[in-house]
Design a protein around this ligand. Structure first.
Ligand code: TXA
Ligand code: MG
Length: 334
């Protein structure tokens, strides 16, 4: 899918302080050398992201944790978590070592680490690591506040490639399988705290650690920028509607000469597809999670006034997708 020479090229761009958009199993990331201050500054600039928002440092393996953190006291829990979930969509927040500069941690005394499982990200990290545990800082490869990209095309449409655009290179590793950002687990909190919901659920983590974990970012601090209320928002308003209220909502919009696009389980889509400008149906939470951002990207351009979404019922597995839907539909003062 991606040749060795493309990987070498990407690696040399990173080594020279450039920006490479990379596929991961969750979403595409905008990568730079995590130890290069001016390269990291370029990430913030390209995204238009406030520099107080810390970045995740991506590493080639769990061995790098010792270099990037001071976490001897958490060794057993880290071993259990990394054996169970790395490489994969779990980010660990740990006390930082001096290798993690303030410019990447937003001045905090902790650092967020993740080892992605996507073969392209993994191969690039292995090459870049060079036996020195070098890491790659990579936020989602979207303009601040926009929907995260789950394909190379999304990155091209949003950030683009230099000279007109903002990335030096976009590596196309196909569509992202997980579809929502990694679970963020803060191991500096007691009990451990999930700061962002993702595909690795609280229950999965508790089972591995044999201890309780709690959910939710503390207060309204923007430490996790994805925790801002109206993050991940498309241009058009997104509304969550129960299946039984869909008919009423569709009528209401029609009376106002407003059009809608629809994301829903199969049967409501069958009933309402003629009324909708465009529609996408899902059969499982998994299917919705994988495609949610892609569908929001597409439907946002379908010429509709509003995107209606019939969400799945609450379950541990649906927590991440419900969280992103809630943020996408948060009132943005329209
Ligand atoms: O799946 C993912 O995690 C993707 C892919 C590219 O790996 N990355 C991603 O990065 O979602 P980003 O920057 O869009 O979100 C990272 C989140 C931010 O909300 C940030 O505030 C939080 O991680 N974060 C980073 N360092 C942190 C720290 N030391 N303490 C608390 N939160 C932290
Ligand atoms: Mg993001």
């Amino acid at each position: 899918m991606i040749s060795q020479s493309e990987l070498t090229h990407a690696c040399s761009i990173l080594a020279q302080g450039g920006l490479v958009a990379i596929p991961t199993e969750t979403v595409y990331g905008l990568a730079a050398d995590a130890e290069n201050e001016s390269a990291v500054a370029q990430i913030y600039k390209a995204k238009g992201r406030p520099s107080s928002h810390p970045l995740i440092v991506h590493v080639a393996s769990a061995e790098a944790i010792g270099a990037w953190t001071r976490s001897e006291h958490l060794k057993e829990d880290i071993r259990k978590l990394t054996e169970a979930f790395w490489p994969g969509p779990l980010t660990l927040v740990l006390p930082k070592s001096s290798k993690a500069g303030d410019f990447v941690t937003g001045g905090q005394n902790t650092v967020a680490l993740r080892c992605p499982s996507h073969p392209v990200a993994h191969a690039l990290l292995k090459m870049f690591d060079a036996g020195l545990f070098r890491g790659i800082a990579a936020p989602s490869a979207n303009t601040f506040g926009k929907i995260s990209p789950t394909s190379a095309q999304h990155v091209l449409d949003d950030l683009g490639v230099k000279p007109e655009g903002r990335a030096d290179l976009i590596l196309d590793g196909g569509p992202c399988e997980v579809g929502v950002e990694s679970t963020i687990l803060d191991l500096t909190a007691s009990p451990f705290r999930i700061l962002r919901e993702g595909a690795i659920t609280g229950r999965m983590i508790s089972e591995v650690l044999q201890k309780e974990v709690i959910h939710g970012a503390i207060g309204s601090s923007p430490r996790v920028s994805g925790s801002l209320k109206s993050h991940y928002a498309p241009e058009h308003p997104v509304e969550m509607v129960a299946a039984e209220d869909l008919a009423g909502r569709a009528q209401f919009l029609a009376r106002k000469f407003k059009t809608f696009a629809l994301i829903a389980p199969d049967s409501p889509v069958k009933r309402f597809s003629k009324l909708a400008v465009s529609s996408r149906s899902y059969q499982s939470v998994q299917e919705l999670q994988t495609h949610l951002y892609g569908w929001l990207h597409e439907l946002d351009r379908s010429g509709c006034d509003t995107i209606l979404v019939v969400p799945p019922a609450y379950s541990e597995e649906a927590a991440a997708v419900l969280d992103r839907l809630a943020r996408a539909s948060a009132d943005r003062g329209r």
